[in-house]
Write a protein that binds this ligand. Structure first.
Ligand code: MEV
Length: 338
């Protein structure tokens, strides 16, 4: 039995624009998805999901991983969860050259599904790592990140960047621009997350931005402007002392860029009333800046604030179901003793 866990992430800057070749800077956070893989004698795959915004379910299927048995859980969530687990199993089988390998897989996640915190990337990264290790064919991190990206790309029908999967594999803050991915230094940023209890449909949101960008020049300009914000943010991060507490001035400058980034994402139509309400509650409470994180449409915002005011204000904001601090996860995917 092999157990691996991989972190979720927030986008400091650059979601959506990264799909069109602009840079993005996501940062891994200490909320993890844990996947246990146990090889089986037959070619069946049995998946037990303990917590993927679901009450828990178990599915078993044979041969082709496309079959879906009837189970008592909300279909769209099961489809979403199973799609990523299926894709991870396919990648692990291909990497280990074991097309008929069967597994008992358990997924336990502290990351809400589809909420902008990289739950699917974390499940895919931890799943491929656990399944390949269980077959005695561990992958190096570069190949793991690449295979995890291919799994997401397949499930999201070609609408995925390398940002989420690379960040979850490597941990820390990363910079992604097209196929170029690298770890970057970052100070200890005081992330506060607000979660509205909902989820966005990443595929539909990415498709919406694509259509807008094809139809309106302002949308193409907006995507480029997000890229400019990311470049400015990178310069600020490069001047900061890595893994030290950032100065107030740096937090204010980064926070301003986050505010601008949120405004541009809203112009692209991917914010939501609940996300705007949480962003404004954080700003009113004195956060240095706040923006939605991930695909949008619902889910999470990320704010920067070292004080207690922002989490408290968010917890009293209508539409906010949960508010919490998130530490930067300096370590990416890792093996855990079962
Ligand atoms: C989703 O977490 C982030 C998007 O930029 C899509 C992607 O990068 O694959 C919206």
């Amino acid at each position: 039995m092999t157990v691996c866990e991989a972190p979720g992430k927030v986008y400091l800057f650059g979601e959506h624009a990264v799909v069109y070749g602009e840079p993005a800077v996501p940062a891994a956070i200490e909320r993890r998805a844990r996947v246990t893989a146990e090889p089986r004698e037959d070619d069946h795959v049995r998946v037990t999901a303990e917590d993927l915004s679901l009450d828990g379910f178990t599915v078993e299927y044979a041969g082709g991983t496309g079959d879906r048995p009837d189970i008592d859980a909300p279909a769209p969530l099961v489809e979403a969860a199973m799609g990523y687990v299926d894709a991870a199993v396919r990648q692990a089988r291909s990497a280990a050259d074991a097309p008929d390998a069967g597994f008992d897989i358990t997924v336990e996640s502290e990351i809400p599904l589809g909420a902008g915190l990289g739950s699917s990337a974390a499940v895919v990264v931890a799943g491929i790592d656990a399944a390949t290790r269980a077959l005695g064919e561990p992958l190096d991190r570069e190949e793991l990140a690449d295979r995890a990206y291919r799994a997401e790309f397949e499930v999201q029908e070609g609408q995925a960047s390398r940002a989420d999967t690379f960040c979850s594999t490597m941990g820390g803050a990363v910079r992604v621009e097209g196929d170029d991915c690298e770890a970057i230094d970052a100070p200890n940023l005081p992330f506060v997350i607000g979660f509205d209890g909902g989820a966005g449909d990443t595929g539909a949101l990415v498709a919406g931005v694509r259509e807008l960008r094809e139809e309106y020049r302002f949308a193409a300009d907006t995507v480029r402007a997000i890229g400019d914000i990311v470049r400015d943010g990178e310069e600020l991060l490069a001047e900061a002392v890595p893994e030290a507490d950032p100065s107030r001035e740096l937090l204010e400058e980064l926070g301003d860029l986050m505010d601008f980034n949120h405004g541009l994402l809203a112009a692209l139509g991917v914010s939501a009333r609940s996300l705007d309400a949480m962003v404004w509650a954080a700003r009113d409470a004195g956060a240095h800046g706040a923006k939605l994180t991930g695909a949008g449409g619902g889910g999470c915002i990320v704010a920067l604030d070292s004080d207690a005011e922002t989490p408290t204000a968010l917890s009293y904001t209508q539409g906010c179901e949960e508010a919490f601090r998130a530490e930067l996860a300096t370590e990416g995917v890792r093996v855990v003793e079962p």
